[in-house]
Design a binder for this molecule. Structure first.
Ligand code: SF4
Ligand code: FES
Length: 287
């Protein structure tokens, strides 16, 4: 009869109450490492995160075949997936290629497919991911190199909805402020948060099959202006000409995949449904 085991399990239970899932995962990993080879050097004792990164380089012979490379990156508190990629690039392989800029979920350049889901690398805490952390380029886009995809089509769709303010009547004085009611600002507030990351488009099965579909991000951008009370009826009608089309709002099948992955929590599916209702209302005729 052991008297020690209950004490140990009590200690673990206490720890489970106070530690985060990431802490528990790392503790389990440490104990695995210790039991499988305590003779390793101090370097092995350092806590590392295992990332598996998609690699592909169409310009270099021998790297044209897509593959995954493994990197073991020292873990530091607060580390994001982007931090881990930067460490791997700076310390292990300078040819590792990916986009990033702001590192604070603003520029939208590091949308990636991380552990099977579209996420921003800089907004994803690596301690919350299961290991090995699998990092891939956004699906449904052509890979240029490693984690970099061609965003041209996405930008084309965004620009096709004329993502800028257009008003029927210009104010007489160029400097005159164009006021918006609080209610209207509130209505479009979430739609203005888009950072053009392309995560929603990548998650959308319909967009993957139909290259002409405007896609959730462009429709959300159109919503932002079509619902802006300052634009006026004429501009609104003009906007609905391209939205009320087979490849516009009507292509959406309400799957919610875009809404689920949007890093800015924009209710994309809801906005698209509202555009559909508006399109129907615009077409109603009374005799
Ligand atoms: S709507 Fe959301 S997921 Fe789509 S591009 Fe904008 S921020 Fe990214
Ligand atoms: S680096 Fe800018 S959004 Fe992540």
């Amino acid at each position: 009869m052991s008297t020690q085991l209950p004490e140990e399990s009590e200690t673990e239970t206490e720890a489970e109450r106070t530690e985060t899932p990431g802490d528990r995962r790392r503790a389990a990993k440490r104990s695995r490492q210790q039991s499988s080879g305590a003779q390793e050097s101090a370097e092995t004792d350092e806590e590392t995160i295992h990332i598996k990164v998609f690699r592909y380089d169409p310009e270099i012979e021998g790297k044209m075949e897509p593959r995954f490379d493994d990197f073991h990156v020292p873990f530091t508190k607060g580390m994001t997936v982007l931090d881990a990629l930067m460490y791997a690039r700076d310390r292990f392989d300078t040819t590792l290629t990916f986009r990033h800029s702001c590192r604070q979920a603003i520029c939208g350049s590091d949308a990636l497919f991380i552990n099977g889901r579209q996420r921003l690398g800089c907004k994803t805490q690596i301690s919350e991911m299961d290991e090995p952390v699998r990092v891939e380029p956004l699906p449904h886009a052509e890979v240029v190199k490693d984690l970099v995809v061609d965003m041209e089509h996405f930008y084309d769709q965004m620009h096709s909805v004329e993502p800028y303010f257009q008003t029927d009547e210009k104010p007489s004085d160029d400097l005159e402020e164009q006021r918006q009611s609080r209610e209207n600002r509130e209505k479009i507030k979430m739609s203005t948060r888009c950072i053009w990351c392309g995560a929603c488009m990548s998650s959308c099965n319909i967009a993957a099959e139909d290259n002409h579909y405007l896609g959730p991000a462009a429709l959300n951008k159109a919503y932002r202006f079509a619902m802006d009370e300052r634009e006026g009826e004429q501009s609104r009608e003009h906007r609905f000409e391209s939205l009320d089309q087979e490849h516009g709002v009507w292509r959406c099948q309400t799957q919610f995949s875009c809404t689920n992955v949007c890093p800015k929590d924009i209710p994309l599916t809801e906005h698209i449904q509202e555009l559909k209702r508006e399109a129907v209302k615009n077409n109603l005729k009374f005799w």
